[in-house]
Design a protein around this ligand. Structure first.
Ligand code: HXC
Length: 260
């Protein structure tokens, strides 16, 4: 972890919870390469840390992130974006193994919406706005907006967002299943940290396995997914946390899970 980053603010607001705040206010947190490098650097640090059980990613009241940085990419040529495989490193965000929560206030547009969708859970402030406006720029989403969005909200709504560039508000995002909960904007980060704290208090091995197993549902058919789930369930019987968690229930006390 660096002592400071140019484009994000890092804090640990509660034991076991890392808070990464996107901080390029003049550009509404547009996701330039340098910001993404900072985010991945800090996230990887916490992903490896024994103490960290949840990572919250947030932006400002006005913008979670207004998308990839249009000014940075506008003059790039095909050879360049293809040879550098532009946006490939975003996969590193989706690959974080620690549970991640996106706390979204304001605009989550284009790559901003896609970044939020890479997180495991999305909580929205009541003024959040989600959209995939790339069509207005003569392009299409490039980091999951056509793939993760359809899995979250279904074809017709995903098509509307990707083809018209229309934004949806927080309430609709909750109705559509894009976000798990809408809270007043001013308590958004507190609520997300509280949720992170709750997750961090569980067995970390079980939490990581739950995350991996839920995510496997994106990739597998039902029979394979159920088999994978059952095998992961079996594997947990090799952990101290399973013995402790079940003993604590029977003894009517709180579980004291191992921190690795
Ligand atoms: C670069 C951006 C930016 C972006 C805003 N800014 N979004 N800079 N890339 N994506 C800059 C503006 O240029 C401006 O800088 C400053 O932030 C404030 O923005 P305004 O437009 O003046 O604010 P406002 O009028 O309040 O409008 C807010 C907004 C609008 C509706 C969010 O900024 C907007 O439409 N932004 C672009 C949204 C978008 O198209 N996103 C998709 C990007 S493509 P100056 O210097 O002029 O003051 C994408 C592809 C994803 O994400 C592919 C995978 C990653």
């Amino acid at each position: 972890l660096k002592s400071s980053y140019d484009n994000i603010i890092v804090s640990e607001p509660s034991p076991g919870v890392a808070l990464l705040t996107l901080n390029r206010p003049k550009a509404l947190n547009a996701l330039c390469d340098a910001l993404l490098d900072d985010l991945i650097h800090a996230a990887n640090h916490f992903d490896k840390s024994k103490e960290c059980g949840a990572i919250v990613i947030t932006g400002s009241d006005k913008a979670f992130a207004a998308g990839a940085d249009i000014k940075e990419m506008s003059s790039r040529k095909f050879d360049e974006v293809f040879m550098k495989n532009m946006f490939k490193q975003w996969g590193d965000v989706a690959a974080i193994e620690t549970p991640t929560i996106a706390a979204v206030n304001g605009f989550a547009l284009g790559g901003g919406c896609e970044l939020a969708m890479m997180c495991d859970i999305m909580i929205a402030g009541d003024k959040a706005k989600f959209g995939q406006p790339e069509i207005n720029l003569g392009v299409i989403p490039g980091c999951g907006g056509t793939q993760r969005l359809i899995r979250a909200v279904g074809k017709s709504k995903a098509m509307e967002m990707c083809l018209t560039g229309n934004m949806i508000g927080a309430e609709q995002a909750e109705r559509d299943g894009l976000v798990c909960r809408v809270v007043p904007a001013e308590s958004l980060v507190d609520e997300a940290v509280k949720m992170g704290s709750k997750i961090a208090s569980k067995s970390q091995v079980a939490a990581k396995m739950a995350k991996e197993t839920v995510n496997a549902a994106y990739e597998l058919n039902l029979a394979e997914g159920l088999r994978f789930e059952r095998r992961m369930f079996h594997a947990l019987f090799a952990t101290e946390d399973q013995k402790e968690g079940m003993a604590a229930f029977i003894e009517k006390r709180d579980a004291n899970f191992v921190h690795r």
